[in-house]
Design a protein around this ligand. Structure first.
Ligand SMILES: Cc1cc2nc3c(=O)[nH]c(=O)nc-3n(C[C@H](O)[C@H](O)[C@H](O)COP(=O)(O)OP(=O)(O)OC[C@H]3O[C@@H](n4cnc5c(N)ncnc54)[C@H](O)[C@@H]3O)c2cc1C
Length: 413
């Protein structure tokens, strides 16, 4: 069959890998590079070259089984990394990190702050009590309502749970409180985060995530058309018509491996159900900057972590997070290599190396209800949907959704 795959992120590429041997595939990619959110950039700093990840960085073998298998089959070299977390609050001056007691009490003052002690007690209580939501999953209860109803302290919400959630999902801290509480706790439990000593071992791809993309696409690289955005998808009775590169082409099936909102824009004849479900899972914009300006890191060096969340003085609509790429990728550079989300206005312009805009899915009860109805639209009318947004928004979700599409097209994967 002739199959069009739109999008070359992890989802589109895994679908392509599963299908290319038996079918005539064409992968359309709007960008002039392959990989979507897997984006390693080469930068030169003080005469040295570094490959720095500015999109997908980390995974673990426990909760990414399909992605782990894929890397093993491709023979991709990976290495352990440290997934520590830290918070600095411009409103209260509090700073803490998760790298052991010295980091929790990075500021000796923390030991004297009653609110800080209450936060620590609430962390232990949350780890103990939140599991109850796993037995009685009520997807409709929002995280904010659960925390408020259970009497958790302000410090716990604003210096622990919100920063963690907003950083993990690159989400707006306010709307993040609408995240379904049960799904949040399930994610925390699966990722070993409901414990003071997380046991999950996180890993990175040696030399940058782009190394796995190179191996993944090798067998079908000639079937990928970069710089070729699809403009429209129209379903006919016997084929699907794609408008791309100034022409209309016919395929037997189309796989939309783009974001939900992008998929909906492409479908000129979207059904009522496609419209309803895709609209329920929205995406939000995030600015991503690779830079060397350490002013967004905690003041206390002991609070520095792999992921550093900043509670800004002013109201900000987006999570302000800085990834320490030296720590995450094990890069030894004289100047720090940092990736900051939504802090462009705070970074000294002369320290900016690269700038991008990315989009992340926003999850609430309606979005999660829509995900459960994936089978009602995917595989219908020669049209298949995959993408990380059908799960929690991570690499494993992209892989899983692509494998499901391959199976629905009759492939053993
Ligand atoms: C900064 C950042 C850090 C992240 N870190 C991690 C991490 O450490 N671990 C993790 O598991 N996840 C991480 N993620 C989440 C990441 O989004 C997912 O893991 C996954 O990479 C998303 O894959 P996808 O295939 O769904 O979408 P994308 O990777 O976004 O792929 C969609 C592709 O479709 C293309 N496209 C769009 N419209 C068209 C069109 N009309 N025609 C043709 N092509 C089109 C786009 O250009 C893009 O290449 C991170 C995301 C970001 C942005």
């Amino acid at each position: 069959m002739k199959i069009a795959i739109i999008g070359s992120g992890i989802s589109g590429l895994v679908a392509a890998r599963g299908l290319h041997q038996r079918h005539a595939i064409t992968v359309f990619e709007a960008d002039d590079r392959i990989g979507g959110h897997t984006h390693t950039v080469d930068v030169e700093l003080d005469g040295q070259r570094y490959a720095v990840d500015t999109g997908f960085i980390v995974y673990n073998e426990r909760t990414y089984p399909n992605f782990t298998r894929l890397l093993a089959r491709l023979g991709v070299e990976t290495k352990p990394t440290e997934m520590s977390f830290g918070v600095s609050c411009e409103r209260t001056g509090v700073e803490w990190g998760s790298r052991g007691l010295a980091s929790v009490f990075a500021q000796p003052r923390n030991a004297l702050r009653p609110a800080f002690h209450r936060m620590l007690r609430d962390v232990l209580r949350f780890n103990r009590e939140a599991r109850i939501l796993l037995d009685t999953p009520q997807e409709k209860v929002a995280l904010g309502d659960y925390l408020c109803g259970s009497g958790y302290s302000r410090a716990f919400v604003s210096h622990y749970i919100l920063p963690m959630g907003a950083a993990i999902w690159s989400a707006d801290p306010e709307t993040f409180l609408r995240f379904p509480a049960a799904s949040f706790v399930r994610f925390f439990e699966n990722h070993g985060l409901l414990t003071a000593n997380p046991s999950v071992c996180w890993r990175v791809v040696r030399g940058g995530s782009a190394r796995y993309v190179e191996k993944l696409v090798a067998p079908f690289a000639d079937r990928i058309r970069t710089g070729c955005p699809v403009r429209a998808v129209r379903r006919q009775r016997r084929c699907v018509e794609l408008t791309a590169g100034g022409e209309i082409q016919q395929f037997d099936h189309v796989i939309l491996a783009v974001h939900s909102d992008q998929a909906l824009r492409l479908l000129v004849d979207a059904s009522g159900l496609e419209r309803t479900l895709l609209q329920k899972i929205s995406y939000q914009k995030n600015d991503v900057v690779l830079h060397t300006d350490a002013s967004l890191m905690p003041r206390s060096r002991r609070a520095w972590a792999s992921w550093n969340y900043r509670v800004a003085d002013e109201q900000r609509a987006r999570a302000l997070v800085t990834y320490d790429m030296n720590r995450l990728q094990g890069i030894a550079s004289a100047q720090p290599l940092l990736v900051t989300l939504n802090g462009t206005d705070r970074i000294a312009p002369e320290r900016i190396l690269r700038r991008f805009v990315t989009h992340h899915p926003v999850f609430d009860a309606e979005a999660m209800a829509a995900q459960k109805r994936h089978h009602e639209v995917s595989g219908v009318q020669r049209t298949h949907f995959c993408g990380a947004y059908w799960g929690y928004g991570f690499h494993e979700d992209g892989v899983k959704s692509a494998l499901a599409v391959c199976r629905s097209l009759g492939m053993e994967v």
